[in-house]
Write a protein that binds this ligand. Structure first.
Ligand code: NM2
Length: 538
């Protein structure tokens, strides 16, 4: 067993923090939940502005970078071939960054907005219905994907351009923090990121497991008990542990490809056999509504609360801020992962590819699955909202699927798809957690290390489920992600600092990887001509 490569302070630090939070939650669940909820209210109540600004800033920054000189830098040597074809690349990045939550929220998010709309609109009104269809797409749209993409910039840059074989968040902020990253500050940055990710992943499991259990129950009649849910978690863990163990090119890539094909099949099926026209029209209209109101949605808070006749809805805290926080805790991981799979692409290709494919994928899920449910509601074919309020969201999701032809097959495929989505997020998470606790990653992190983090990822939610408090975990993860926001700033700053320096010094810097844009090329041609003219006049 190779242990020399392990960065023990980070490895142990992350475990201590994890146990330090889990054990008190197990011992004092009620008090623990109280504290976590207080922390959450404090954070989303007071730092909403901050979160919304981070979203907007990430979005603006990435657009700027992709069209600036820095966007032309190629990740890898000039002649490096793309390590993965675009299809597999997009499949992997989507499968890594998006878990089973997209099946959950894609199906049912609209139902929450229908009953609790934004902008103090009357619940169930015509306006509420339009926003119900649009808001989910916004929460999984370009700003969210920008949050995901930002950390990939410095990480990919150092790994492929400066060729440092280290896949760590701390390494990516070296240009700003300098030697400090070699000391405790570096360890703290990595540990905080790992903790946030484990919490964010806990939220994913907390949502995914009951939905998969509902599918299994529907298909087999097995009652939904704690045992069934624990069994499901263990099976999922086994699948993603095997995938992480077999590595990037075998396990993770193959599982992601299958995941994508199955997802396409399910979506096409619902689109074709569901209300095709309604789905197309509503999705397009929703996109228009978002475009029209992009900045309004991206900045909407409730500054007046209940003052002067205003009514506070709590919508921004419960949804937009919560979502941005959730994307933030996952972001460094997705950044590390996207960076790792992007060899041979330019920064611009990586950035625009992630944002565009990511957003498009989410639009398809929300547009097709969500609007199918909305259609059932509006036509009275199924009172989804009534069903959900009585039996819970997972049951409502399965009931929606029952309205399709070949319902049992669709429920089965949907359940398998949920397992796959979960597994493909968790195998890459384990892979990245393993990478971060290593001093060096030449090609892949060590196998036992990958396996270790696969099981650790599942342990916390599993134990907390028995204490009956997955919700606390969900909240705790968001709180845990708060420090990651500052890391996001450092990451953006580091990228600009490093790549600008390299571009300025590019004459002696490894025959860069930097393509010249058209205007510059013309400029240079002109200079050359001037030189020749001068020469001929001599
Ligand atoms: N995000 C995309 O459960 C999942 O789908 C993982 C969730 C951050 C909302 C990511």
């Amino acid at each position: 067993m190779k242990t020399k490569l392990i960065d023990w302070p980070t490895f142990i630090g992350a475990l201590i923090l994890l146990l330090g939070v889990t054990i008190p939650l197990i011992l004092y669940p009620v008090k623990g939940a109280e504290i976590v909820n207080l922390a959450n209210d404090f954070m989303t109540g007071n730092f909403g502005v901050f979160y919304l600004l981070v979203g907007l800033a990430a979005f603006a920054f990435l657009i700027f970078v992709s069209f600036s000189k820095n966007g032309h830098v190629k990740l890898g040597n000039k002649d490096a071939e793309k390590e993965f074809g675009t299809f597999s690349w997009a499949a992997m990045l989507f499968a890594a960054g998006i878990g089973s939550s997209i099946l959950y929220w894609g199906m049912i998010e609209w139902a929450y907005y229908y009953q609790g709309p934004p902008f103090a609109i009357t619940p169930g009104s015509k306006d509420a219905i339009s926003w119900a269809s649009a808001y989910g797409i916004f929460h999984w749209g370009p700003i969210a994907w920008a949050i995901y993409t930002l950390p990939a910039l410095p990480i990919a840059y150092f790994y492929y351009v400066r060729k440092k074989p280290v896949l760590k968040i701390s390494e990516a902020v070296r240009p700003v923090l300098g030697r400090f990253v070699d000391g405790p500050i570096g360890v703290i940055i990595d540990v905080l990121f790992m903790f946030g990710l484990m919490g964010g992943a806990g939220t994913t499991l907390a949502l995914g497991t009951p939905m998969i259990a509902e599918g299994v129950h529907d298909l087999t009649g097995i009652p939904i008990t704690l045992g069934l849910k624990a069994g499901i978690m263990l099976v999922c863990t086994l699948i993603f542990a095997i995938s992480a163990y077999s590595g990037l090119r075998k396990g993770i890539k193959i599982l992601s490809d299958i995941n994508l094909w199955l997802a396409i099949f399910v979506l096409v099926f619902i689109f074709v056999f569901g209300p095709t026209l309604f789905i197309s029209e509503t999705t397009l209209t929703s996109i228009g509504l978002i475009m029209d109101n992009f900045f309004k949605m991206a900045t909407w808070l409730e500054p007046f609360g209940n003052l002067a006749g205003f009514t506070e809805t709590g919508f921004p805290e419960s949804w937009t801020i919560f979502y941005w926080a959730w994307w933030v805790v996952y972001a460094p991981f997705v950044g590390l992962f996207v960076a790792r799979i992007s060899r041979g692409r330019t920064i611009r290709e990586m950035v625009l590819g992630t944002m565009i494919y990511g957003t498009l994928g989410c639009v398809l899920f929300f547009g097709i699955m969500g609007n199918f449910g909305l259609y059932l509601q509006l036509t009275g074919q199924l009172d989804v909202i009534g069903f959900m309020n009585q039996y819970g969201a997972p049951a409502a999701i399965i009931e929606i699927l029952h309205q399709l032809p070949m319902a049992d097959v669709m429920v089965a495929l949907f359940t398998i798809l949920a397992v796959l989505f979960l597994a493909t997020t968790f195998d890459s998470s384990s892979y990245i957690l393993a990478a971060v606790v290593q001093k060096e990653v030449q090609s892949e992190p060590i196998r036992w290390n990958r396996l270790f983090w696969a099981f650790t990822l599942c342990l916390l939610p599993l134990v907390l489920m028995f204490v009956g408090d997955l919700e606390t975990l969900q909240t705790a993860s968001i709180v845990a992600g708060f420090p990651v926001i500052f890391i996001m700033f450092l990451l953006a700053w580091s990228f600009m600092k490093a790549s600008n320096t390299d571009i300025h010094e590019s004459k002696n810097y490894e025959a860069p990887t930097i393509h010249i844009n058209r205007r510059e090329r013309l400029g240079r041609l002109r200079e050359d001509k001037d030189v020749t003219k001068e020469d001929s006049t001599k």
